[in-house]
Design a protein around this ligand. Structure first.
Ligand code: MSP
Length: 795
């Protein structure tokens, strides 16, 4: 048995806190879970046997009272709220290998075993204690009963109990030595120091049973006592991998995965994890976790996002709103096969792999498979028109945006302000203009250049140097050097090393900064060499240059994409397919995303069907999300009772007993968003509420510029002034209005309509006009418009 174990591949066991089920999850919970998922995906892609655990914490007075307030038995209550945690993780494609609930039998038996192990070792005895108890933190605190808890500020209660006590004081020196020697690593350093000074201040024995509470795990042999909720909760990390079971497969699992390699937590629960947990384990003679890393708090409106403050941003809001931007994915297989992800079975992998059986499109990278025009037709036969994204795809797309934003914006370990506006801005700046733009400009040019090419030079992707353009005087020598293909190759090889370094340190924002500096370099390289200017030559040195430039950019994209995979699993899957490399999940499983070296993109690789990656987000998206957050407090348009069921305070579970508590999310707030971005009003209009109407943003604008668009008889290009910004709008009124008669007019514009492209130009908004079928559209205007400031909203 031992020999076999020593030969097995490395393992990595990581956990999130198990979340209390007295409230629905918000993006604070999502933050820790996302970090765990990123680390788990990366670890698997490195070939490490990874076990990723999350779950829900379901016992204790807090939960008991929430259930009481909701008017349902605690078990039913926790069943329902626990599901509200599983659901967003599913929607987001979180690849947890297990989900533990503390009300499960496997957990209960493990907790009782741990209690007995500590007791038998002589570290638990029965004592009577009277003191101040904080219900919110589930702990006795050292203040006068009735005064505020020093941790959370809630008023404490007096509690007198005959309790089992754990001799925590006996472990003071051992815990101190463990942390000081870094045998138990605690990150960040600031937190490690806080923990150290707490331990140095002296550890008092800890009450670890309650007689006042019924909702918990009974102390073995003392059915009137339930086990302290933190001992119960912390034990999940062991019970989930088999502790407490005698079944051979559970014993094997426990031996394989315990101890945990990484407990991810929020900083406010450091004391329980860094002091109590190691002490319990030492007392029971079990191995200790290797590392505890804490994230700081997501702040919203400058205070910790939390249900009790009511300042949370719901995960659903982000998924529903950003999901509307999800581009269609071209399908190649008429009946996609759904396969499942290794152990996690997350939805991301199955959806993505269903799209990944691309035979390769008509587009060829390089010459070895250069296609004749007739071959194009054959190759395209299997292709279907792009299918609109499914709701599941929209969720995964939006989840990528949230993952990216949280990791890039908030240095891990520190507090960070969350803002919906910043999220939209960062999305446009980094994902649309950065990564997405680099991919599309490169692959679009490659696809137009190589698709019908039959006469290319022999070794298209060889990295041959060529001179940078010496005519451009503004270019410095450094820029000229960094513009060569071999320099780009070196930079990308180094990206691998630097990125890995920061990812290991959980410095995600720095890892992403590294990636972004590479994206800029490759962008600069393209702008400098202007491959589109070489595009007309079909042979000779220019052709060679063109191929080299495009290969260099595409190969950089391959490396960048492989590195970004754990953070953007959905978007990178799309890019990977477009590069002609197939299923990225398969690539992750087979080690193609690790030890990346320049040159992995093989000459002759055929591009997959191209598709947009990150469509631009309208600024109006922020307003939509804010509105959605406001709306969640009103019953209108909310079919999802489960969504309302578990908000902040104890009295907020009125619908818990309703059968509709599990209405799927597809029926929730989504339609209200889509109604805003829809461009096709129907004649048989359904009735809408005043709230629906309020979502359509109509504003006063003035036409500054109007001009015809070459070869587009019906379209005019307008520039309108909204007072707070200027916009371009394309309007199909050219048959009825001359540009001259429009300039200066004040009109009404729908401003929160999603932008769309026509004739290669972006149109951002729509004019309001009335017309009879086929007749002249009469622009809506005002008799006294001069008195209205531009941008005034129509209500
Ligand atoms: N049930 C305990 C943990 C037991 S672990 C053995 C608990 N649950 S909780 O529901 O309150 O979740 C706490 C965790 O959620 C935090 O430790 C943190 O990981 C995450 N977060 C909740 N709100 C958060 C923010 N506003 N910001 C960052 N993380 C947040 O404590």
């Amino acid at each position: 048995m031992h020999t076999a174990m020593s030969q097995s591949p490395p393992k990595f066991y990581l956990t999130t806190p198990i979340y209390y089920v007295n409230a629905r999850p918000h993006i604070g919970h999502a933050y820790t879970t996302i970090v765990a998922d990123v680390i788990a995906r990366r670890s698997r892609a490195q070939g490490v046997d990874t076990w990723f655990l999350t779950g829900t914490d379901e016992h204790g007075q807090k939960i008991e009272r929430s259930a009481l307030a909701a008017g349902v038995p605690p078990q039913q209550f926790t069943d329902q709220v626990s599901e509200t945690f599983r659901e967003p993780w599913r929607r987001m494609g979180i690849t947890n290998d297990d989900f533990i609930r503390t009300t499960e039998p496997r957990h209960k038996q493990g907790v009782q075993k741990l209690f007995l192990a500590i007791k038998e070792a002589g570290y638990i005895d029965l004592q009577t204690y009277t003191g101040a108890y904080c219900v919110s933190d589930e702990t006795f605190v050292d203040v006068e009963p009735g005064s505020p808890c020093p941790e959370c500020g809630n008023i404490t209660e007096v509690l007198s109990e005959s309790n089992f006590y754990f001799k925590l004081s006996a472990f003071q020196d051992k815990v101190l030595a463990l942390i000081e020697s870094n045998e138990l690593l605690i990150e960040p350093d600031t937190l490690r120091n806080e923990v150290l000074s707490f331990v140095r201040g002296g550890l008092k024995d800890l009450s670890i049973s309650r007689t006042s509470i019924k909702w918990g795990i009974p102390v073995p042999g003392h059915p009137d006592h339930v086990i302290y909720v933190w001992l119960d909760a912390l034990a999940n990390y062991m019970t989930a991998v088999g502790y407490g079971s005698d079944a051979p497969e559970d014993l094997e699992k426990f031996n394989r995965y315990w101890p945990a390699d990484l407990h991810l937590i929020g900083k406010e629960i450091a004391r329980f994890h860094c002091i109590y947990w190691p002490a319990f384990l030492l007392a029971a003679g079990e191995k200790l976790p290797k590392k505890i890393a804490a994230n700081g708090w997501l702040l919203f409106h400058d205070s910790k996002m939390s249900k009790s403050k009511g300042n949370v941003v719901r995960i659903e809001t982000i998924l529903d709103a950003f999901g509307t931007l999800c581009p269609a994915t071209p399908l190649l297989s008429p009946s996609p096969q759904v396969s499942s992800f290794a152990k996690g079975g997350g939805p991301a992998s199955s959806l993505l792999s269903s799209r990944s059986e691309a035979k390769g499109s008509a587009v060829a990278f390089g010459i070895s498979v250069g296609l004749q025009p007739h071959e194009l037709a054959t190759e395209n036969e299997g292709a279907l028109a792009p299918a609109p994204p499914t709701k599941a795809q929209q969720d995964l797309f939006a989840s990528d945006v949230l993952r990216y934003f949280l990791l890039r914006e908030v240095p891990y370990g520190q507090d960070g302000n969350f803002s919906l506006e910043a999220m939209v801005t960062r999305y446009n700046a980094d994902l649309v203009n950065g990564y997405g733009n680099l991919v599309s400009r490169t692959l679009t040019l490659a696809s137009t250049q190589f698709h019908s090419d039959t006469v290319c030079p022999a070794e298209p992707w060889a990295c041959q140097e060529f001179e940078a353009n010496p005519e451009d005087e503004k270019t410095s020598v450094v820029e000229m050097q960094s513009g060569t293909a071999s320099v780009i190759a070196e930079i990308c090889n180094l990206a691998n090393v630097d990125f890995d370094f920061y990812m290991r340190q959980t410095e995600f924002h720095l890892a992403l900064t590294e990636i972004y500096s590479r994206i800029s370099v490759v962008d600069g390289y393209l702008s400098w060499h202007k491959p589109w200017k070489l595009a007309k030559s079909t042979d000779g040195p220019d052709r060679k240059k063109l191929i080299e430039i495009l290969y260099t950019a595409a190969e950089s994209i391959r490396i960048i994409t492989a590195l970004l995979y754990p953070i953007l699993p959905y978007a990178t899957a799309s890019v990977w397919r477009q590069l002609g490399l197939g299923d990225i999940e398969e690539a992750a499983r087979t080690g193609q995303l690790k030890d990346l070296q320049w040159g992995g993109l093989k000459p002759g690789t055929r591009l997959g069907p191209l598709a947009p990656i990150f469509p631009r987000a309208d600024k109006g998206l922020t307003a939509i999300m804010m509105q959605m957050e406001q709306d969640q407090n009103t019953p209108i348009s909310h079919a999802n009772a489960a969504h309302d069921a578990a908000t902040s305070t104890l009295s907020e579970f009125p619908e818990m007993s309703l059968a509709s508590a599990t209405v799927p999310h597809e029926q929730s707030v989504v339609p209200s968003v889509e109604s805003v971005v829809s461009t096709s009003p129907s004649d048989a209009s359904p009735q809408i509420t005043i709230d629906d109407f309020a979502k359509i943003e109509l504003r006063v604008a003035q036409i500054l510029v109007a001009e015809r668009i070459p070869k587009a008889d019906k379209l005019l290009r307008l520039e309108v002034d909204l007072g707070y910004e200027k916009r371009q709008i394309l309007s199909g009124i050219a048959e009825w209005y001359t540009p001259e008669e429009l300039v200066g007019r004040r009109i009404v514009v729908i401003t929160n309509l999603a932008p769309r492209k026509m004739r290669g130009l972006e149109s951002h908004g729509m004019l309001l006009a009335a017309s009879t079928e086929g007749g002249k559209p009469h622009l809506a205007t005002f008799a006294d418009s001069a008195q209205l400031p531009l941008g005034s909203r129509l209500k």
